[in-house]
Each structure stands twice: as C-alpha cells, then as structure tokens.
Write a protein that binds this ligand. Structure first.
Ligand code: DX5
Ligand code: ZN
Length: 218
C-alpha cells in the first residue's frame, strides 16, 4: 500500500507535535526522522533527545533515516528512545550486514539507503535481510532540493530485482517528492513516499498531505 512518510525536517521544531498531528490528519502514516551528523552529510539535524519527546507525541511508526558515520554506535540509543524503523546509508557502512542485523536485534525494522550515484546492484546481497530500501532521489543533507529524474530507472530496476527473486522489501523514495513528481515514482514502483517541503512548506499540512496522497493513489 502507498504510504506517506512525512519528513519532519521541514516542520516547525518549536511546534513539532502540532505539525505531526496535522500531517497525520492529512493521511500520513509514518513519521520520517532525518538524522544528520555534519560528517557524512554537510548538515546537522536532530537525534535521540528529540526522538524521545516525539515518541510521546505520536502513535505512528517513527522511521529514522541515519545520515551519519558510525551508525552502529548509536543504534541502541535509537531503540531506547522509540525508533521503529532504522535505515542506514550504504555509503556510510563498512560492515553493512552486521549493521542491519544489529538494527533487527534491537527489535527495529532495518532498511538500507542508497545515494543517487550508488547503483541498486550494490544491494544484491542484502535485499533478503531488509524490510525497506530507500532510493534517495536527491543528494542527502538538505530538504527542499530538486528531484533527480535519473533515479526513476533505479526504482524500476529495484522493483524488477524484487520480483525476480520473489522478495518482499518495500521501496521508499526521499527527496523532491511533490505533486509534480509523485506519480512518476509510484509508477516506477515506490510505495513509501517521504515528503517534507511539499507537506509542511506552505503552512497547510493537512490539505497538502491529503492532496499528495490522493495523487499517489490515483
Ligand atoms: C534529505 C532528507 C529528506 C528531506 C526531504 O537529506 O533525507 O528526508 O527531508 O525533504 P524534501 O521533501 O523537502 O525534499
Ligand atoms: Zn530522509
């Protein structure tokens, strides 16, 4: 089923619970939580303390997208503070299989993320141990960037690999997902749609979440 994973990176952090409630009212079913360390990506965002507060403010699954070096060291903290899904960047993990197993051993759903320049074929040997694969449709680090059209082919290839091997991971996309791009990613095979700016950017998250989902499910 197509789901909206609204990215709180574009929300008002001083009124986070209100913004989450609005996106939820608009039909969002997953909270996307972007963690940036200023090392793997050139930006710094939020981490376990904010997650801890957010956990008390929503019953939705919280999907933590770790854009950090040395993810292994922080996985217990994400588990302890209420994360449900944790995805790690292929480019940042030296022992990816170990990291994914570590996430699962802490009771969370593991996912792997690839940057626009990383081929889906590099995921061949972990596709059977992940719950979701996130295909970045922008370079990670900032909200509000333009969708990179070349990523559509990657989504299609990934969907094909899943079918050929009869696997059941879900395909997620992140970056530049709005009313002009959402139909193309769904057509290519994405079902978990991360969107920040297009949900929170205009101060009408209920309506904008709803219309994005309507387009995606059309
Ligand atoms: C980018 C983050 C995204 C970001 C998407 O590094 O991973 O989740 O919030 O923002 P929009 O929807 O504005 O492109
Ligand atoms: Zn993200």
């Amino acid at each position: 089923m197509t789901e909206l994973c609204f990215s709180i990176l574009a929300a008002d952090f001083a009124h986070l619970a209100d913004d989450v409630a609005k996106a939820t009212e608009g039909g969002g079913t997953v909270v996307h939580f972007d963690v940036m360390d200023g090392v793997f990506v050139p930006n710094i965002s939020i981490g376990p303390p904010v997650l801890n507060s957010l956990r008390k403010a929503t019953a939705l699954p919280i999907d933590c997208h770790l854009m950090i070096a040395n993810a292994d060291a922080y996985i217990p903290a994400f588990a302890d503070n209420g994360a449900d899904w944790v995805s790690v960047q292929w480019e940042a993990c030296r022992h990816l299989n170990r990291t994914l197993e570590l996430i699962r051993s802490h009771g969370m759903k593991p996912g792997v993320v690839i940057n626009p320049a990383t081929p889906v074929e590099f995921l061949t040997d972990v596709l059977d141990i992940v719950d979701h694969v996130l295909v970045m449709t922008v370079n990670p680090g900032f909200g509000g960037q333009a969708f990179i059209p070349g990523t559509l082919k990657k989504i299609e290839r990934l969907a094909q690999m899943r079918q050929e091997r009869d696997l059941d991971f879900r395909i997620q996309v992140d970056g530049g997902i709005d009313h002009t791009t959402v139909e193309s990613v769904v057509k290519a095979g994405a079902e978990l749609l991360v969107a920040g700016t297009s949900v929170f950017g205009r101060g009408q998250a209920v309506e904008d979440a709803r219309s994005l989902l309507d387009l995606a499910r059309k």
